[in-house]
Design a protein around this ligand. Structure first.
Ligand SMILES: Cc1cc2nc3c(=O)[nH]c(=O)nc-3n(C[C@H](O)[C@H](O)[C@H](O)COP(=O)(O)O)c2cc1C
Length: 184
């Protein structure tokens, strides 16, 4: 698949078949991730791969932490179910540098590019992917479970798997780009 086709035909899809992608394929996706552009080669990314019972363990840890904080049971249930919706989840995290705001922003950008590499490589290999952020990136219980310091960030959760046979292909939609050309 050429790169333009991959970019245009990739879609975010959140319903997965049960089949688990092979581990060596997930390893190749993470290898694709680390070839993202990265100013000063700081390598700010960390990846945590969850599959099988590993998903439940992180869900339980987040739920326990939310319970200790007195958060409603609905939030605990939601955290657990979000980690069970795909057969494999790659948590992409950034080791942050609050003492250097410029580097911190560049490193965050590099991590987001790493995510896009995973999404495109997964698509090229016949997988589907759902990228998710929201409250799940903020939870202290999630950060501590994967060994992050409080000032580090979870960039997002890349859920991976195969499409369900009954689901129709998802259409993409984009508006015309807003471009100003000063090309004289
Ligand atoms: C930074 C970022 C955060 C996202 N977070 C979520 C999320 O929390 N939940 C969700 O359902 N989709 C999330 N998405 C996926 C977008 O909703 C999706 O990319 C968008 O609907 C466009 O669809 P497409 O990727 O198929 O073109 C996120 C995407 C990005 C880039």
């Amino acid at each position: 698949m050429d790169v333009f086709t991959a970019i245009r035909s990739r879609r975010d899809i959140e319903r997965f078949a049960e089949q688990i992608p092979p581990r060596d394929l997930v390893e190749r996706l993470i290898d694709a991730a680390i070839w993202a552009p990265n100013h000063r080669l700081t390598e700010p990314w960390r990846f945590v791969v969850l599959a099988g019972a590993g998903r439940e363990a992180m869900g339980d840890a987040i739920a326990a932490s939310l319970a200790a904080e007195g958060k409603p049971e609905g939030a605990q249930r939601s955290a657990r179910s979000k980690l069970l919706r795909a057969p494999v989840t790659v948590v992409v995290a950034q080791v942050a540098t609050p003492e250097d705001a410029t580097r911190d922003l560049e490193d965050y950008a590099a991590c987001v590019m790493a995510v896009q590499n995973i999404l495109l490589a997964a698509h090229a290999e016949g997988l589907i992917a759902h990228f998710s952020t929201g409250a799940m990136v903020e939870y202290e219980g999630a950060k501590s479970y994967i060994g992050l310091a409080p000032h580090d960030r979870i960039v997002g959760y890349v859920n991976l798997g195969y499409p369900r046979p009954e689901d129709p292909p998802k259409e993409g939609q984009r508006s015309a780009p807003v471009v100003r050309w000063d090309w004289t």
